[in-house]
Design a binder for this molecule. Structure first.
Ligand code: HEM
Length: 521
């Protein structure tokens, strides 16, 4: 029989609460320990869970940006070709070595063909059937079709549309100057480039004219801005996804707000209808090309309805992604580029001389075939994308077990792999003096210094950015317009150092970005 004092303890509610907590905590601690020793057990260098926890807390408190998390990983794993980390409890691999990166993206593409993230589920998320999210064979089929929209022949046609947008941009700046009877004008480059990007994306994706340059309240632009903001509900969606991708579908979590989604649906549906009935289609925009591909599929007796590739869901997904992703990524890369050249009159002069040497009356009239001769301008574009890779990190999922060459480490199916593009582009080992904007890194004489796999603004391999040639075309159109008509300068409101906005998906300058433009005589 127990002494009286022991009996008293046994009947105490505190004891039972304590036992309950300990009983509950032990299996949880064991579970977390098992999960967080995944890389230790495989002999892979890893970021300790305590560091990940502190990063998570700082992220929640707004003291850390997603970009910085990957920069810290890159630094912590210095000296290693790869290393382990965790997304909550999911093992994640960070790839640091350019050769290994190429091996995953190109030589062993079959092991890494899907992007990291939620697989599409059009019933719950109508915009999820986009090329980025599609997986496996369906991705392959849609990619083959969509890639046709970015062939040289199609880009040549799109260029005509872009020239019209460039003329409107120039007319707008000229009007601002003449209103104040000024030779020069100060303006917010981020806003101007956002509006210009909206016009070129609307024209090349949908074939419609946006009035964003003239009208800052343009509805299409307002919706795009809402589509690309990193909200708490999205963050919650990402956390749920880490716990269980199935839960995302069960809870019906979407990639965009309902209103934005409905807007996209309406605008795409109306434009498709207009194009399907319009006679003498011109095939100058992306949606028109998809409509034509769909007609070809429907008119082909060998294409059964159930194997059609360009379905309504796919049409909706790929076009809305073109609009939202294209608009935001292109707008920021334009702004970064102008910011850098504003500090470098020598770089502007060289681009101007190059344009002059092509002897075209107005830069925007430069024929498509001559664009390839703008070699120095291409170097400026490459260096902008080196210093500011708008996709700071690239995420792929391991789709087939992969043994890391020269090691016994087996990457298991389902493990997410991240490539920290921004950190590679700023690693002095690959790009000496990385903070210096130096277009000559990409000159013919210096090109051999770039280590394959260290420069990845558009990713690499069969799943690289499908639109990269179009992006270069956009950038050339923008630079030709600006450099041939204006000199670009800093002004008193130009920030000395760029800070980044943590609330955007892409690398985005924080705050306004004021510059001064002076009309060339
Ligand atoms: C500055 C502009 C841009 C940059 C830096 C950029 C960068 C990237 C990167 C890094 C990827 C991932 C590649 C990989 O996994 O290897 C990607 C994929 C993609 N990009 Fe871009 N992009 C830009 C603009 C655009 C535009 C304007 C479009 C419009 C169509 C676009 C459409 C896509 C699509 C559809 C994918 C997914 C391709 C696939 O999964 O097959 N991008 N982009």
């Amino acid at each position: 029989m127990l002494p009286w004092s022991s009996m008293h303890i046994l009947t105490s509610p505190y004891l039972w609460i304590l036992l309950f907590l300990v009983g509950g905590a032990v299996p949880i601690i064991y579970y977390l320990h098992q999960k967080h020793t995944y890389w230790l057990r495989r002999g892979v260098p890893f970021i300790p869970a305590s560091k990940l926890l502190s990063q998570f807390v700082r992220l929640m408190l707004g003291r850390l940006q997603v970009r910085t998390i990957f920069e810290e990983f890159y630094v912590s794993l210095a000296g290693h070709k790869f290393g382990g980390s965790y997304q909550l409890t999911r093992p994640t691999l960070i790839l640091r070595d350019p050769e290994l990166i190429r091996s995953c993206l190109i030589n062993n593409f079959s092991c890494f063909h899907d992007h990291q993230g939620v697989a599409p589920c059009p019933k719950v998320d109508p915009l999820s059937h986009n090329l980025y999210q599609l997986t496996g064979e369906q991705w392959h089929q849609v990619r083959q079709k969509v890639a046709q929209a970015f062939s040289s022949a199609k880009l040549r046609l799109m260029y005509q549309t872009l020239q019209g947008c460039a003329e409107r941009l120039d007319a707008h700046i000229l009007r601002l100057c003449s209103e104040g009877e000024k030779e020069e004008i100060e303006l917010c480059a981020k806003e101007l480039m956002g509006n210009f990007s909206m016009e070129i994306i609307a024209a090349s994706a949908l074939g419609i004219k946006s009035d964003a340059i003239q009208d800052p309240n343009d509805e299409l632009k307002r919706m795009m801005d809402r589509a690309m903001v990193f909200s708490w509900s999205r963050f919650f969606g990402m956390l749920v996804q880490l716990l269980s991708p199935r839960l995302v579908k069960l809870l019906g979590l979407r990639s965009a707000e309902k209103e934005v989604e409905e807007f996209f649906e309406r605008i795409i549906r109306d434009t498709v209808q207009m194009k399907s009935t319009a006679e003498g289609e011109t095939r100058k925009d992306f949606l028109q090309i998809l409509v034509n591909l769909r007609h070809a599929e429907q008119n082909n007796p060998q294409t059964a309805a159930d194997v059609s590739v360009i379905t309504d869901d796919v049409m909706m997904g790929v076009v809305s992604a073109f609009l939202a992703v294209g608009y935001d990524a292109v707008a920021v890369v334009f702004a970064f580029c102008l910011f850098e050249v504003a500090h470098r009159p020598d770089v502007q002069d060289k681009m101007f001389q190059e344009l002059q040497s092509l002897k075209t009356p107005a830069a925007v009239q430069l024929p498509y075939d001559q664009l390839k001769n703008l070699q120095y301008m291409e170097q400026v574009i490459s260096e902008t994308l080196r210093k500011y890779p708008v996709s700071v990190v690239l995420g792929r999922t391991c789709t087939e077990p992969f043994r890391i060459p020269g090691t016994s480490v087996l990457v298991e199916e389902g493990v997410d792999c991240f490539i920290p593009i921004l950190s590679l582009h700023h690693d002095p080992k690959y790009f000496p003096n990385p903070e210096v904007f130096d277009p000559d890194r990409f000159s013919d004489e210096n090109l051999h210094n770039i280590v394959p796999g260290s420069y990845l603004p558009f990713g690499d391999g069969p799943r690289a950015c499908v639109a990269y040639r179009l992006v270069i075309l956009y950038m050339k159109t923008m630079l030709m317009t600006m450099v041939s008509n204006y000199t670009i300068h800093r002004c008193s409101r130009t920030p000395k150092e760029l800070k980044y906005d943590g609330g955007r998906f892409f690398l985005t300058p924080k705050g306004d970005l004021w510059l001064r433009l002076r009309r060339r005589k």
